[in-house]
Every structure is written in C-alpha cells, then in structure tokens.
Design a protein around this ligand. Structure first.
Ligand code: AMP
Ligand code: MG
Length: 432
C-alpha cells in the first residue's frame, strides 16, 4: 500500500492505496492516517514545578546530583563495620554516639564500635552496615547480637535511585504527581514544557437549545459541548467554547473561521453524517482539506479529519465528530485523545490499556465493525473482577456513559457472545 503523504491525496486519490475505502474505514487505519499529519506545538514555556502538572516536557531533565546524595540508613538501628561481626560468638559493640536524619554523627567509628542511627541518618565514617534495633540487646552503652546481618544491609547508597547526570524524565513525558515530587527531589524548581494546546469547539444543529433556555418542541439540549468540555479539561488543554450554532451556512462559516484562527485544534459535533444539510462539508471543502470517513465502528460511524485554514497563515487541525452524544465520547477517546497528546508534544502516547475479563451477560454484536459497548467492571461474588454491559447501547443514551467505568471493546470479527465469554475492556477511570 502506498501511504498518502498529504490530506488532499487521501481526499482526491484514494486509489493510490489498494485497500482504502472511506466508506468502511477500520478504526486502527483511521488512527494511523490521522497520526501522520499531526505536528506538535513547538513553543515552550518555563514553569514552576506545581504549574507543570499535566504538561509535556520540552527538554530532558537530568539529575544534577546523586539521589540519595549520601549513604544513609534505611532503618532505625545501629551502624557498624561488617568486619566486626564475630561469627563464633555473639557480636558486642560499644555505642559511641547517635546519627539522626539531618544531623550526622561527626566522628570516626573504630573497630568494635557502633553508632545509634535513625532512618535517613548519614552513615558515619567507618561503617557500612546497619542492624535493626529490634535485633539487638542494649546493656548500658553496649549492644549485643547473635544474628548477624549481611554486609551493607539496611543501607541506602548514594546514587542508588538516580546517578548524577542520569536522564530522569525525557522530552515528551507528561508530568504526573510522582514526577512533581521526583523533580523536587532533585532540587529543580522550574521546568521547560510545551505551551498549552488551544482547542476550540462548537456544536452544530438547528435542534439544539442551550442550557438555561426553554426547550421548544423538537429541540434537544446541547450536551456535547459539556462532555467535550469535561474530556478536554482532563487533557489539560486551553478551551475555547464557541457555542451551539444552528445549521446556517453563514453562521457556521464565521464560527469555523474564528475557531481555526484562534485555536490549534477545532472540534465540531454533528453535521458530518450523510443526509445532513451539507453546509459543514461545503465549508470544510472551501476552507480546508478534510476527509470524511464512515468508520467501521459503533457508535461513531461518521468522522471527519483534516485541516482548516483560519487565515492565510493559520491552519488548525480539524475533527468533525458525530452528533450523537455517546458517539462523541467514543470517537473522542478512540481518535481525538491520542491525537491531542501527540499535538501536545508526546511523541508516542501510551495507548489506553486493554484487559481481558469474563463478561457475565450475553452480548448482541454485529460482525464487520468494532463496537465500544459501555460496561461496568465489578467484583463478582467469587472476588474476581468481571464485566457486564450497562444495558441499552443506543448512541444517544448518554446515561450509559455515566454508568460505565469501561468500554467493552469488541473487534470486527466478533459476533453475538454468550455469557461467560472473555472480552476486552478499556478502563475509563484512572487514579493519576
Ligand atoms: P447529526 O450528526 O448532526 O446528524 O446528529 C445526530 C444526532 O445527535 C441527532 O439526533 C442530534 O439531535 C444529536 N445531536 C447533535 N448534536 C448534539 C448536541 N450538541 N447535543 C446533543 N445531541 C446532539
Ligand atoms: Mg445535525
């Protein structure tokens, strides 16, 4: 297969790819096509550690020193030299002082001597081993023990976590809670990250009413802008909400251009399926290069991807998501999320993990398309994690997404399934 190198090749010359069918585009292939056109933001900024949470590193972080910085005790006990261990009889050592964390014992420890040491305390000169306090008997200023620890036991060595000059976090890494602490542990106060990605979005449809307005006959409240707001917020991008726009060519055009001018990415929902008043398609053809796919998936069959020219010099990536509320979320997680992470500066974002679990109910499924059914992972009476579908799986039933804690991912070859079958799930909840 010849890979298209431009979006216009995808639109105008599908024949350059043997197995390219825009009307039945497998999920994985669409994802692959999108990937090759993504150019990440380049501008960087210097932020304090806390501000960098959720941002993507624009430069490697190297360790300026060894971590830990000095040999120290991993336990409360006594530090001594392992050469003093007497294998024939009980070892007896004289306690000559104390080493606290942050307050070192300054002297030299000679043969047959030891130092009381606290966790984190610096290993005194002349010692290499720590015996925990519970293993010794203390009589006056002397300790005795018969069970000898191995040399170097209970000691944390300088550089055992990180060596000076070692790469700690690489360019493209998204900073999470542990990283904030890790960076702080190096004494580094500011980091270089890519600027926030700007994402503009709007809903399309004559039938949409906005929250706070009365609902007239034939109208539905615009919910997509709210789910999109939530999903984009979790990704840590800058959000530009351009509202719900009626199916009106002029309004749609001005909003689309405003979006492409202001943002790196434009997302719309609705108006990209067959049979729609074709305004969006015409506008996207006029102002950009956009491919329209029918993805072999459910929910989320129609999907548009490309670039929109906001001005002569400013183009934005464009994602045209379906209108149905569940389809918006599914296509976001299956296509947009990964693309956003790449645009934010992650070279190869980790895919959402997939696990195999037993499904406790029958599943209805058509072959030939990937289905993302909404599921609930739960601990069964036998203590094992299993999954069951949330119930009705219509693309408009948004309550199924609220109920769900996972997608049950059923690939193209799978048909109806009996209860007890092992299925793949993608977990929606994360702890970091
Ligand atoms: P469309 O893709 O525009 O044909 O829309 C498909 C279905 O999704 C229709 O039933 C729409 O009413 C519904 N829909 C479209 N946009 C929204 C929205 N922003 N909020 C809730 N439902 C929507
Ligand atoms: Mg519509």
């Amino acid at each position: 297969m010849t890979q298209p190198t431009t979006i216009s090749q995808l639109i105008t010359n599908p024949s350059c790819m043997d197995d390219y069918d825009p009307n039945s585009m497998p999920v994985a292939k669409a994802r692959q096509f999108i990937k090759q056109f993504l150019s990440p933001v380049m501008e960087t900024e210097h932020l304090s550690i806390r501000e960098s949470l959720g941002r993507v590193l624009a430069a490697d972080i190297l360790s300026p020193s060894n971590v830990p910085n000095y040999d120290n005790s991993a336990m409360d006990g006594y530090a001594f030299n392992a050469d003093d261990i007497n294998l024939e009889k009980s070892t007896a050592l004289k306690v000559i002082g104390t080493a606290f964390a942050g307050k070192a014992f300054d002297g030299e420890v000679k043969p047959d001597e030891c130092v009381r040491i606290m966790t984190g305390g610096m290993m005194p000169r002349g010692t290499d081993t720590v015996i925990v306090q519970e293993r010794v008997t203390l009589t006056g200023d002397q300790i005795n023990f018969s069970e000898a620890p191995k040399r170097k036991m209970n000691v944390r060595y300088a550089g055992e976590d990180l060596q000076q000059g070692q790469m700690v976090l690489g360019t493209g890494h998204m900073i999470r809670a542990a990283d904030l602490g890790l960076i702080a542990s190096l004494g580094i106060g500011k980091v270089s990250v890519y600027r926030k990605l700007k994402v503009a979005f709007f809903s399309t449809g004559d039938e949409l009413a906005s929250v706070g307005e009365p609902l007239n006959t034939g109208q539905v409240y615009d919910s997509n802008r709210y789910t999109l707001y939530g999903m984009l917020s979790r990704l840590g991008v800058e959000i530009i909400d351009l509202g719900a726009i009626a199916d009106d060519a002029e309004l749609l055009e001005s909003t689309l251009l405003k979006a492409a001018e202001q943002a790196d990415v434009v997302i719309t929902s609705g108006g990209v399926s067959v049979g729609e008043a074709d305004y969006m398609k015409l506008l996207l053809a006029k102002h950009g290069q956009v491919v329209f796919w029918k993805i072999a998936m459910k929910p989320g069959r129609p999907l548009a991807y490309g670039k929109v020219q906001g001005s002569k010099i400013k183009a934005a990536h464009y994602f045209g998501l379906p209108g149905n509320p569940v389809a918006v979320m599914v296509t976001f997680y299956q296509f947009v999320r990964e693309a956003m992470l790449m645009l934010m500066g992650q070279a190869s974002p980790a895919p959402l993990p997939i696990f195999n679990v037993v499904c406790t109910e029958n599943i209805k499924k058509q072959t030939g398309r990937t289905e993302y059914q909404r599921g609930i992972l739960f601990t069964d009476t036998d203590g094992v994690w299993k999954v069951k579908p949330t119930g009705a799986q219509g693309s408009a039933i948004l309550s199924s997404m609220s109920l769900a804690n996972c997608f049950i991912v059923l690939n193209e070859s799978i048909g109806n399934l009996e209860a007890g079958t092992i299925v793949q799930v993608q977990v929606l909840d994360g702890i970091v």
